[in-house]
Design a protein around this ligand. Structure first.
Ligand code: GUN
Ligand code: FE
Length: 432
């Protein structure tokens, strides 16, 4: 199959490589998707090799063909609780989140929910995600199975939590580690799936649980490790009292061996210079979740502090649904822009779209497989309609540079701007 449209390929980090130079934009472009789900060829339509000219063609005119979005932090069992009005993070968790996650002990419920959840990712142009499940093994089984059927690159794991939550969402250190290991053995590197070792956060795990979690990560360093870090003032005060010996929040995870190049720490809003330096040294990633941080009043992430070029911590970007208020990576990037503005920082549309595609892929060490439209990579693709709404359309009467089009999409766009989504070369969503 041939896709025809304006292709946009982000090749390197614009913050370190000179803005816009690292993006290849072909207005009359084309992609060839192979039978095996990979991109066979990409370039200008006029250069399409004759062997491909007879293939069926999806012609998107001047709409934008981009690598599919990668969501670096999202909670599958929270898909129904967007917009639950908590006073702050801990209140929101206790009143809305833990009761909702308790439903995922049921395989039937989890299996039905997984289909809804993955459909929702696709209608928002998200083709890969690093996701949290609930504490229940059945929840992770359901999400892995559903993702496998759809041929997508999904990274997830059973959440581990053994204190300070209702019994229905607790495990214990041994069960948590054993079930994680069983899931890891079944699913890690099965097709495009990867296992993520997932302690929820230091608040809800005892020393014993964090200890066993660290040992599991040490035994399986090629898995992802994901957790939450330094999100809200109430959370930080709680962990300080729980781990009085620690230098700071990051030091707790460090102590148990949870820092490493495959470690993903969601939020990281209130990190000290020491914590950033240590995270940078470890090669870990901090995941910026702007809609969630604003919704829960957690704080304003400072991208130039965490990503300080003198000792940059890798920064990913994510929705954090259901603390986050949108599945849309476009809306998420728009919110990241506004948060940067409030901190006196600047991110361009090129920076933002790079982060949501190749940037997140590089953080996940999957950049040889996804994140751009290069031949050989998986054909995980989103098609954006820059004129999806009247407001977008009138904006483009004023400017049609690529930066301005992308910028208007991230400030004004949402799921209505998603024209089509492809995963492993298959059409998985088409706007009517
Ligand atoms: N910290 C611990 N658990 C959660 C969660 O589910 N969402 C958010 N935003 N922060 C958390
Ligand atoms: Fe989260």
């Amino acid at each position: 199959r041939v896709l025809r449209g304006s292709t946009v390929n982000f090749l390197a980090n614009p913050r370190t490589n000179g803005n816009e130079k690292s993006t290849v934009y072909i207005k009359q472009g084309a992609l060839v998707l192979g039978q095996a789900g990979r991109i066979l060829w990409q370039g200008a339509f006029s250069d399409l090799p004759t062997v491909y000219t007879g293939l069926p063609c999806d012609d998107f005119g001047e709409q934008l063909i981009l690598p599919g979005f990668i969501d670096a932090h999202i909670h599958f069992p929270q898909y129904r609780i967007l917009a639950a009005p908590g006073k702050d993070l801990l209140d929101w968790l206790n009143r809305f989140t833990f009761p909702e996650e308790s439903r995922y002990s049921s395989s039937e419920h989890a299996a039905t929910a997984a289909e809804v959840f993955l459909d929702r990712l696709f209608t928002n142009g998200t083709t890969s995600a690093l996701a949290f499940c609930s504490v229940h093994k059945a929840c992770a089984e359901a999400l892995f199975s559903a993702a496998e059927k759809r041929g997508m690159a999904l990274l997830t794991g059973k959440t581990m939590m053994d204190r300070l939550a209702p019994d229905a969402v607790l495990d214990d250190p041994e069960t948590g580690a054993r079930e994680s290991k069983e899931l890891l053995d079944s699913w890690h590197n099965k097709g495009r799936l990867k296992y993520a070792i997932t302690p929820r956060f230091a608040v809800t795990s005892t020393d014993a649980q964090l200890q066993l979690t660290g040992e599991l990560y040490r035994d399986h360093p090629d898995c992802i490790m994901q957790t939450h870090l330094s999100e809200s003032p109430g959370e930080i005060a709680t962990v300080q009292s729980q781990f009085p010996w620690s230098k700071d929040y990051t030091d707790i995870y460090d102590h148990f061996g949870l820092l490493g190049p495959n470690s993903f720490f969601a939020h990281g809003i209130h990190l000290s210079e020491r914590e950033c330096a240590r995270l940078a040294e470890a090669g870990s990633t901090v995941v910026h979740c702007p809609t969630s941080n604003n919704f829960l009043g957690s704080g304003l992430f400072d991208i130039d502090h965490v990503g300080n070029q003198a000792r940059p911590v890798g920064v990913g970007v994510a929705t954090d649904v259901g603390g986050g208020t949108s599945y849309s990576m476009l809306q998420t990037l728009g919110e990241a822009y506004k948060v940067a503005m409030l901190k006196g920082r600047k991110i361009t549309a090129h920076d933002a779209f790079y982060m949501a595609t190749l940037g997140n892929a590089e953080r996940l060490k999957m950049e040889s497989e996804i994140g751009s439209l290069d031949a050989g990579k998986w054909a995980d693709i989103v098609v954006l309609d820059p004129k999806a709404t009247p407001v977008l359309e009138s904006r483009q009467e004023v400017s049609e540079t690529l930066e301005d089009i992308l910028f208007s999409l991230m400030i004004l766009g949402d799921d209505r701007a998603i024209k089509a989504t492809y995963v492993a070369g298959k059409s998985v969503y088409k706007k009517q």
